[in-house]
Design a protein around this ligand. Structure first.
Ligand SMILES: C[S@@+](CC[C@H](N)C(=O)[O-])C[C@H]1O[C@@H](n2cnc3c(N)ncnc32)[C@H](O)[C@@H]1O
Length: 471
């Protein structure tokens, strides 16, 4: 049909054929063998009903039409072709069905879904159930009962604190530092009452944090090794934060929901950041936990957002600086200033390879900032505060920026079609009176502070980057 030769070609459907170039990169050609558009993808599927699924380099999928234009501009972890106006789609919460504009047909998510067939689809629930649903997501027929009953699942949720506290206790006792060891050795090492080593290790086995070999010696599982203090992504300090400060604050959740005040402040008489400033061990543990999450969540941030357009960035409320370090490592021409409370800055140091490009500055988010910048980052800062305080911070940021400068607010963005982020939102309420927000809420609050929201960029982590321009 044409002279070009490719590493691989698919089948012509709707006058388009998927092609792989030698090396890598997929696209579609027309029947004359000429590319149907300029874009190159990590993968491209066959056309059906005028659309094909393509996958970009970060692994996300969308639908394109025959000219290569995006059908709806929504990107999913996985996606099926359209069949009679509906497609299977998978987001961070699971599988569901979307319409031609990429909108979910219903709120529920599933372990797996089949395409709609004359108005009905077979779906498998996360609980192992198999059912037939209609296009509103309503169950028409149960095909297989859940492997776990509703009562079992609810009971499991109601005793979630058993998991939090067992993990916390094991970390506090130093169990993971004692491994590999028998239950008796653990008992001795962590000074447990006789025979209680067995009880603790049985529970940690149930949680999948350790496993026992044929000689009755316990080892950390892959997940459990993250609770060792010397692991580069150690969650040992996070276990302490969730098991202690957060746990206590959560006990007042119902009251916080009535009054809007934080359970933490009610218990301790002070806002979380003022309380922790005089407790060096707690402060160090909190920032060590934040740093692990930052190392994990921000490592690929520079793949999602182009920071190379800036000479320098100001990471306000930047904690121990992990986000700045990740960006400096990805963008060799960039410089960073990390601003935080004095007690945090006092303990923070850049790694030796970044010393010349990174500086730490003490400053208060609520007072005039000591530094100005044309690129300000507020990562997991705005969600710590209720609207009036978030607005005060954004106004201070605006004062530290010139017109047309860019602000990057990094936070989870709630989507009203799912419950995703609902528990984190309540956690922010009980800890600091804070809140997670929808894209529209960010747009409003940014506008009030003198910014125009440009876009919301999804990242590989739970957080998104809300990019806005100073007006
Ligand atoms: C949830 S942590 C986020 C840290 C870091 N940006 C990240 O994403 O990992 C919030 C940060 O805000 C800082 N912070 C809180 N109140 C502040 C204030 N008034 N002035 C400056 N920094 C503050 C805290 O010390 C902490 O480092």
């Amino acid at each position: 049909m044409y002279r070009e030769r490719y590493a691989w070609c698919g089948n012509f459907q709707d006058g388009r054929c998927a092609i792989r170039l030698p090396g890598s990169g997929y696209f579609h050609v027309g029947s004359d063998g000429a590319p149907a558009y300029e874009e190159r993808y990590r993968y491209a599927g066959d056309f059906k009903d005028g659309h094909a699924v393509v996958q970009r380099e970060d692994g996300k999928h969308t639908h394109i039409d025959a000219s290569g234009a995006q059908a709806h501009g929504r990107w999913f972890y996985d996606l099926g072709v359209f069949h009679k106006g509906h497609a299977r789609a998978c987001d961070s919460d699971g599988w569901h069905h979307v319409d031609m504009v990429g909108e979910p047909l219903y709120g529920e998510r599933f372990e797996n879904v089949e395409p709609f067939y004359n108005g009905q689809a077979r779906v498998e629930g996360f609980d192992g159930s198999l059912s037939v649903i209609d296009e509103m997501g309503q169950t028409i027929l149960e095909l297989r009962r859940p492997s776990q009953s509703r009562l079992d699942r609810l009971s499991g949720d109601m005793v979630g604190h058993w998991r939090t506290q067992t993990t916390h206790a094991a970390v506090e006792l130093g169990v993971f530092e004692a491994l590999p060891a028998s239950a008796k050795e653990i008992e001795r090492h962590t000074q447990l009452r006789r025979s209680f080593g067995n009880r603790l290790m049985r529970a940690l086995t149930e949680l999948g944090l350790v496993w026992k070999d044929a000689e009755d010696v316990y080892h950390p599982s892959d997940r459990g090794s993250l609770l060792m203090r010397n692991h580069p992504l150690s969650l040992a300090d996070a276990a302490r934060h969730w098991g202690k400060e957060s746990y206590e604050a959560w006990s007042g959740i119902a009251r916080s929901l009535r009054t809007g005040d934080s359970g933490f402040e009610r218990l301790h008489g002070k806002n979380f950041f003022d309380w922790i400033q005089d407790r060096p061990a707690d402060l160090q543990a909190y920032h060590s936990a934040m740093s692990t999450y930052a190392r994990h969540d921000y490592r690929d941030l520079a793949d999602s957002v182009d920071f190379t357009a800036h000479d320098g960035i100001l990471d306000a409320g930047g904690g121990a600086g992990e986000l700045a370090f990740a960006l400096l490592r990805s963008c060799p021409g960039l410089k960073a200033t990390v601003m935080d409370r004095p007690e945090v800055i006092e303990a923070a140091r850049p790694p030796t390879d970044l010393e010349r490009r990174c500086r730490f500055v003490a400053g208060d988010l609520f007072q005039e900032w000591p530094v100005t910048s044309d690129a300000v980052i507020l990562a997991r800062v705005i969600h710590d505060w209720p609207d009036h305080d978030a607005l005060r911070i954004l106004r201070r940021a605006r004062q530290a920026m010139s017109k047309d400068a860019t602000i990057y607010v990094i936070d989870m963005v709630l989507d009203d079609t799912t419950g995703r982020g609902g528990l984190l939102d309540l956690n922010m309420l009980v800890m600091t009176q804070g809140a997670e927000r929808t894209a529209n809420q960010f747009r409003d609050i940014l506008a009030q502070a003198g910014f125009d929201l440009l876009d919301v960029i999804e990242t590989a982590s739970v957080s998104s980057v809300i990019r806005a321009k100073a007006l």
